[in-house]
Design a binder for this molecule. Structure first.
Ligand SMILES: O=C(O)CCC(=O)C(=O)O
Length: 251
């Protein structure tokens, strides 16, 4: 369903908007049926990139929208693309996509960050919109996403690379900045059911806690970039699975 003016205003004020029940249980069942193969695939053969937790469990799978037909269709879902194109004011292409797995008891934290905190170094302007599809129920116990409402209006903040907290390097906000800026009342937990979809600004501060529960917490995130915002050359370009060079408008 198209968003009303008030819903666009809500996104612009808070930096995010959660749409309940955008996908049906049947659509979610199909997406989840593909997950075991996506987690266990052979990278050399399927070209999807995987990050692992220290425990060895898969933390993220990048690129399902390129190689798995159901995920490809999801990245082109009209009720997702409509608002994304309206928010960017232009055609968009897929910057990257990833399934964030967060397995029961094993899935670890994402420290507070803005995606544009590091995307800036990829040579783009902050004109990207991310869309997170809940593939499982997301609860406070299983490490649902947390956002700081309105933090996109701060503009990009300095980030540093944390290399100790999890298995992988995370760009994150430092504690002095967090203490100065984050108000407890602005922290929102994005809990919900499979099929709920979150749209968020690339400067929205977000993160999430460890999965302390027996429930997995899988999400599929697609980041879209304005087609007029292709990356300018940078000193250390990142690989294609995280900064796509396929500048094809998705429709
Ligand atoms: O999955 C999450 O809880 C957070 C993911 C995130 O912030 C990211 O992938 O950049």
């Amino acid at each position: 369903m198209p968003w009303s003016d008030a819903e666009y205003a809500e996104f612009r004020k808070n930096g995010y908007r959660l749409v309940r029940g955008l996908l049906s249980p049947q659509e979610i069942a199909g997406l989840n049926a593909d997950v075991p193969a996506l987690l266990n695939g052979d990278e050399a053969a399927d070209r999807m990139h995987r990050e692992r937790e220290k425990s060895g469990a898969v933390r993220q799978v990048y690129g399902a929208d390129r190689y798995a037909p159901r995920y490809r269709a999801l990245a082109r879902h009209p009720e997702i693309l409509g608002p994304v194109r309206e928010l960017t004011g232009n055609d968009v292409y897929v910057w990257h996509s990833k399934i964030n797995v967060k397995d029961a008891f094993e899935g670890t934290v994402w420290l507070w960050h803005q995606d544009y905190g590091y995307w800036m170094w990829d040579g783009v302007e902050p004109k990207l919109i991310s869309v997170m599809v809940l593939l499982d129920r997301a609860t406070i116990n299983n490490g649902c996403l947390m956002v700081v409402a309105g933090s996109h209006t701060w503009g990009r903040q300095e980030h540093y690379a944390d290399t100790v907290t999890t298995s992988y390097k995370q760009w994150c906000l430092d504690v002095p900045t967090l203490k100065e800026r984050v108000r407890e009342d602005d922290i929102r937990h994005i809990t919900g059911e499979p099929g709920d979809v979150l749209f968020f600004d690339c400067n929205l501060v977000h993160g999430s806690g460890h999965n302390m529960s027996p429930l997995p917490r899988k999400t599929f995130i697609v980041a879209y970039n304005d087609l007029a915002n292709k990356p300018k050359p940078v000193e250390n370009p990142r690989p294609d699975w995280v900064v796509a060079r396929e500048f094809e408008a998705v429709r």
